[in-house]
Design a protein around this ligand. Structure first.
Ligand code: BGP
Length: 491
């Protein structure tokens, strides 16, 4: 589509920013909180960057009022945060920890009192360790039942105050990283188990949405998916077919279940042939296909897409190898992987047209518009951008400031493409940049920063945790105040 003039952002557009409990809260064992799998995993030597863990993180648990005051100053309309399941149910199920629940209620009240709409994520990766120990975590249907119990507690307590809810954060990231690449807990490398655990998470997601529709009829709920559009490297039809295959493996496998209640047929057939398909019981199908288990919106976390070429039967070149080993999040099939069903079908390669961040993530604002267009036309649900941002090394300069012009440039480029997508006709509820304050990166410590607000903290746990507004803070403040009009000024 081409437009002489862009539409404005919708009147009630939710300009926001996001975080996740483990990455900001700290207070890992305070006020009755039980341990999560991340509390455990991060303390195993060698698992995280310089051994960092979330024991203190950026101490949001104790400083949330200060953080919300800054949100108000910025004019933020929405704040996406997650609830630590084991803060509310220390044992994963059973007894409710009132102090934990009260913390989230106080946070929600503080947000509402300051004109910020809460967007609550139910699961952002910090599964209670008790469920991992007792049931084997997401490999058991009992964990899906426990998730439903936990959701009920939150719906009953916060359902009248919180309108927007996210079920699972990036199931397509935490499942492969946890059960295939062993970069996240429970650090398994087994494809069969990965597909089985993934199915259980699908059931948990469907149960949570179904229950929500009963208990919070006025609210809206959906999963947040880490979507990246796949491009073929060339117009060679074999590359185009490779891109179709990669879309199926990397995206449709989840999106189709979320949005239609059905597993995609080509991939089911393929995985069945390979002996990797999950066991799907008749009652699972009825649950997944139940209209009440459909999301009201689709959350989209956009960082980058991927480019593929046709099958790689021979060993990869050194360049390909280097590309695939840059970052575990790129999740390219690696040769040393015991089973890599994708290898004969597609091979991830660098896109020759795109620059990369210091961490090797391609920077692709146009891909953002492509992503939104594809999702809207395939699934026809309202979209909510629940993450997008630039991870960079930020420097606190002698003037006591952080001049992050690179972040402004990145965000502006993405927001302009978002505006074009809106003008194309994509329905978007809001945009939450990743992240609000600087926070602990799961695997990159405090070196890779995303926030509008700098936090004085490093891998050695030094620093006073002081909050300092970056240049991007003031820039985003203007964007929000003008409902996006300032994006096109001074371009
Ligand atoms: C997403 C996660 C976030 C955050 C972000 C940036 O996948 O949902 O929690 O971690 O990625 O990741 P990183 O810190 O690894 O750059």
């Amino acid at each position: 589509m081409y437009h002489q003039q862009l539409d404005g952002f919708p009147k009630d557009f939710l300009w926001g920013a996001a975080s996740a409990a483990y990455q900001v809260e700290g207070a890992w064992n305070e006020d009755g909180k039980g341990p999560s799998i991340w509390d455990h995993f991060a303390k195993i030597p060698g698992k995280t960057f310089e051994g960092t863990n979330g024991d203190v993180a950026v101490d949001h648990y104790h400083r949330y009022k200060e953080d919300v005051a800054l949100m108000k100053e910025m004019g933020m309309k929405a704040y996406r945060f997650s609830v630590a399941w084991s803060r509310v149910l220390p044992d994963g199920e059973g007894e409710v920890n009132e102090a934990g629940l009260a913390f989230y209620e106080a946070l929600v009240d503080e947000l509402l009192a300051n004109g910020v709409e809460p967007v609550l994520t139910l699961f952002h990766w910090d599964l209670p360790q008790a469920l991992q120990d007792r049931y084997g975590g997401w490999e058991s249907r009992k964990t899906a039942d426990a998730f439903e119990t936990y959701c009920r507690v939150l719906y009953e307590r916060l359902g009248k105050k919180v309108k927007y809810w996210v079920t699972m954060n990036e199931q397509n990231v935490f499942i492969p990283l946890g059960y295939r690449w062993a970069a996240h807990p429970p650090a398994v490398t087994d494809l069969k188990r990965m597909y089985a655990a993934n199915h259980i998470v699908n059931l948990a997601n469907a149960k949570a949405i179904k229950l929500f529709h009963q208990l919070v009829p006025e609210g809206m709920i959906g999963p947040s998916f880490g979507y990246g559009p796949i491009y073929p490297l060339t117009a060679d039809p074999n590359d185009v077919l490779a891109a179709e295959n990669a879309e199926a493996f990397n995206n449709e496998w989840w999106l189709s279940v979320y949005c239609t209640g059905k597993y995609p047929r080509f991939l089911v057939k393929q995985l069945t042939e390979l002996g990797l398909a999950p066991e799907i019981l008749p009652e699972d199908r009825s649950l997944l296909e139940d209209a009440a288990a459909r999301p009201d919106f689709l959350g989209v976390n956009y960082y980058h897409g991927g480019t593929v070429k046709t099958n790689r039967i021979a060993a990869p070149s050194d360049e390909e190898k280097e590309f695939s080993e840059t970052d575990p999040y790129l999740m390219q099939p690696k040769d040393d992987q015991a089973q890599s069903p994708e290898v004969p079908m597609f091979n991830g390669v660098a896109n020759p047209y795109l620059e990369k961040t210091a961490w090797g993530w391609e920077i692709d604002p146009v891909g953002f518009r492509v992503a939104l267009r594809r999702l809207q036309s395939r699934y026809d649900l309202p979209l909510f951008i629940t993450e997008n941002g630039l991870g960079a090394v930020d420097e606190l300069t002698e003037d006591g400031k952080i001049h992050d012009a690179y972040r402004v440039e990145y965000l502006r480029a993405h927001l302009l493409e978002l505006q074009k997508a809106v003008t194309d006709g994509v329905e978007i509820l809001g945009y939450c940049a990743w992240s609000y304050t600087d926070l602990l990166s799961w695997l990159n410590g405090y070196k890779k920063r995303y926030g509008f607000v700098y936090v004085d903290r490093n891998e050695q746990e030094e620093g006073q945790l002081t909050r300092i507004k970056k240049d991007s803070f003031y820039w985003y403040q203007q964007v929000i105040a003008t409902n996006g009009v300032s994006l096109v000024e001074n371009v």
